[in-house]
Design a protein. Sequence first.
Length: 429
Amino acid sequence: MAGNSADILAGTVAGVAVILTAGSVLVPLLRRLRQPPVIAEILAGILLGPSLLGLLPGDLPDVLFPAQTRSGLAAIAQVGILLFMFLIGWEIDLRQVSARKKAVLSISLAAIAVPFVTGAALAAWIHAGHDTVGGHHVGKLPFVLFVGTAMAITAFPVLARIILEHRLQHTRVGIVALASAAVGDALAWCMLAAVSVVAVSTGSGQVITVVGGTALYALVLFVVVRPLLRRLIDGMTKNDVASPRLLPILAAGVFLSAYVTHRIGLDAIFGAFTFGLIMPRDSLKRLRSSVCVPFEHITTLLMPIFFITTGLSVDVTQLGGAGLLELVAIVLVACFGKMSGAIAAARMTGMTWRESSVVGVLMNTRGLTELIILNAGVSMGVLDNRMFTMMVLMALVTTALAGPLVPRQSYARGDTELPLSQAAVPQTK
């Protein structure tokens, strides 16, 4: 048994090496096509999985990444995901809404409502072909709600990186798009939490238990834990330099919060995200070098494992003709819903057609946030393998479109009361 454990550990370590190498090779190649690292790393996983490498003799994906190894890789990746969600919760600053309240609220709400409705309608149409997962029936309501929510997502960190790389951070387009994505992300996570309650609950009694537990835990976090965090940070920070002991304490808080939400019945990501939300906003700049940067380095190292293991679960060969038709429909509906909602709202708030189109393309990026949500859907038993594959490919396509479609040129510089420095956004993917 000890030998078995040692073999599994060695295989997991070797799997990490393969993943990091594959990602490192593809990232610079895809950058030449103006694609963010997340695209390269998902593609690496797809190439290493059954969609390509699996077509060769010898079942190479299983040789490289046997089942026991994949579970170890998933555990390692989970650490990166939880720390990433903590950073996203901490980085989201809804005070950005105040300067351009009308535009930001209009675009964020339209960019959620329209794709949610169109995605839910599509999900209702294709539910019959995806109503069984692992031998268990998937109800139409949770399936429709989950797919609609997944369609409504915008990847805030990926969008922030694209805005910086295209030098739009001081333009009206960049400021409004980033603020709209921040608001949309916060709303989308609330929607996903509600959908999770519906998906995991087997009856009204369990719904009450999950909702009650969630409300009680949120109350404890905001009323009790948040003031304690402020006192802890103030006591362990001197001249804007935090004690080295603060980093493991905050990491422990993230993981404990994730565990509690898991025990309540929600995905662990909600606990990590909420722990980030309750962090004192005025501590962000003070703790950037001593807390944020180390966490960002950890996630930069670990997130490729998540991306590539996600890609390993994508099997294009299993789609068939009907699946390809559904895939095309999913991509078209995803693009139409996001872009039409954002463009229409941007035009109504006074933006030009050119600016509105760029906002629409930016809001259409899904990237990492989408993948986290899709993996949550698999763990909740809402998505089967074929639906998961199609949704991952949709996230890949919608994110990849931003690079070539967003021009690298300056817009007429508008108000700059909301400047965004590179240090003001998460640097992970």
